[in-house]
Design a protein around this ligand. Structure first.
Ligand code: PHB
Length: 391
């Protein structure tokens, strides 16, 4: 079998790319190693930037998002028992964000893809991507017990941090930039109406906490926990007590409790591979870069990569020019590094490093106070959070 673009990975990046390529008239196949139920259930991020929403709408995946997504015009920062709201539209020339879970984005994209009949194979386990330096790179995969080979004009690896596409790059052609953090997140889903209209990012001497949501009836909450923590260390009562303590604010705000329906621990890491292309193999999303979740950038960065890539393939298809494909890595990395910095900044400003000195804690509070009192400092946060325009 031969195809123009072989896409490894049927997460949001691979699926969105497939939709955008279809719109551009470029044929492709998506190979996803997991089954459909797994792909549709994995709990991930929940914040979409304007450019991500625009891309989803442009390929027909905006209908349920427009009906069920929650439009947010700001976030609340909590520190020193005070609350401060950051208003996005007034600070960014009108930009805002949508609360719509990645699982829902994936469900919508899968439904569209299967409806159109464009090939999307689940449980297609990619073993190797070969021939990045040739003009016929090949994806070798196992499907229904049979070894298969798909030759492509181009291969795009959207298969995440542990994916195989990146191994198509010969040793020595990529540089890795990395940072780990001395804490993780414990995330819960709870069947209770959110206790806020907008997300709350809380700095406290006990560590970071985040109040997010999935719907008017479902709350999503996170707590900073030590690396190596297990969900079993955290009975529900202990989680709610700790959330109460970290969100504590002067005034009469209360956190509503409800049945916890999911509980998991997420690692925090920053990671960038450069370049994002070798020969005819391209990497997009988590396969090329990871951000800690504090800035809600991971899914949006993945979407930005494939938007840039789809435009480049459209250009090649229409005019024969590979100029945008050749610029892909540099174009994406500029945005990637901005998001890396912002995510690092949000993470290190809001979390309590177990090693941090009282001096470090004072610097964090001073920085948060600066954001709360200077429209310039607030605008810097708002522009990055709401997302830089894609151009
Ligand atoms: C989420 O709702 O899962 C979420 C929201 C904001 C973040 C991270 C995660 O910064």
């Amino acid at each position: 079998m031969h195809i123009t673009v072989g896409i490894v990975g049927g997460g949001p990046a691979g699926l969105l790319l497939a939709r955008l390529l279809r719109r551009a008239g470029v044929d492709c196949v998506v190979l996803e190693s997991r089954d459909r139920a797994y792909a549709e259930q994995r709990q991930r991020a929940g914040i979409l930037e304007q450019s991500t929403v625009d891309a989803l709408r442009s390929c027909g995946a905006g209908e349920r998002l427009d009906r069920e997504g929650l439009v947010h015009d700001g976030i609340e920062l909590r520190f020193d028992r005070r609350s401060h709201r950051i208003d996005f539209p007034s600070l960014t020339g009108g930009r805002r964000v949508w609360v719509y879970a990645q699982t829902e984005v994936v469900k919508d994209l899968i439904a569209l893809q299967l409806e159109d009949g464009a090939p999307l194979f689940f449980e297609a386990e990619v073993r190797a991507v070969e021939g990045a330096d040739t003009d016929r790179p090949t994806i070798r995969y196992l499907h229904r017990g049979r070894e298969q080979a798909l030759t492509c004009d181009y291969v795009v690896g959207c298969d995440g941090f542990h994916g195989v596409a990146r191994s198509a790059f010969p040793d020595g052609v990529q540089r890795v930039y990395e940072r780990t953090y001395p804490y993780s997140w414990l995330g819960i889903l709870a069947d209770v109406a959110p206790s806020c209209d907008e997300l709350i990012y809380a700095h406290s001497p006990r560590g970071f906490a985040l109040h997010s949501m999935r719907s008017p009836f479902v709350s999503r909450l996170y707590l900073q926990v030590p690396n190596g923590a297990e969900p079993a260390d955290w009975p529900d009562e202990r989680i709610w007590d700790e959330l109460d303590a970290r969100f504590a604010v002067d005034g009469d705000w209360r956190l509503a409790r409800g049945p916890v329906t999911a509980k998991s621990v997420l690692p925090m890491r920053s990671h960038v591979l450069e370049p994002m292309r070798h020969g005819r193999v391209f990497l997009a999303g988590d396969a090329a870069h990871i951000v800690p979740p504090t800035g809600a950038k991971g899914l949006n960065l993945a979407a930005a990569d494939v938007i840039v890539l789809a435009r480049a393939f459209a250009r090649l298809h229409e005019s024969g020019s590979a100029d945008l494909l050749d610029a892909y890595s540099d174009t994406c990395l500029r945005r990637v590094w901005r998001a890396e910095h912002f995510s690092y900044f949000m993470t290190t400003t809001l979390h309590a490093d177990p090693e941090q000195s009282p001096f470090d804690s004072r610097l964090q509070l001073s920085q948060l106070d600066r954001i709360a009192t200077s429209p310039h400092a607030a605008a810097e946060l708002a522009e990055n959070y709401a997302g830089l325009p894609l151009g």
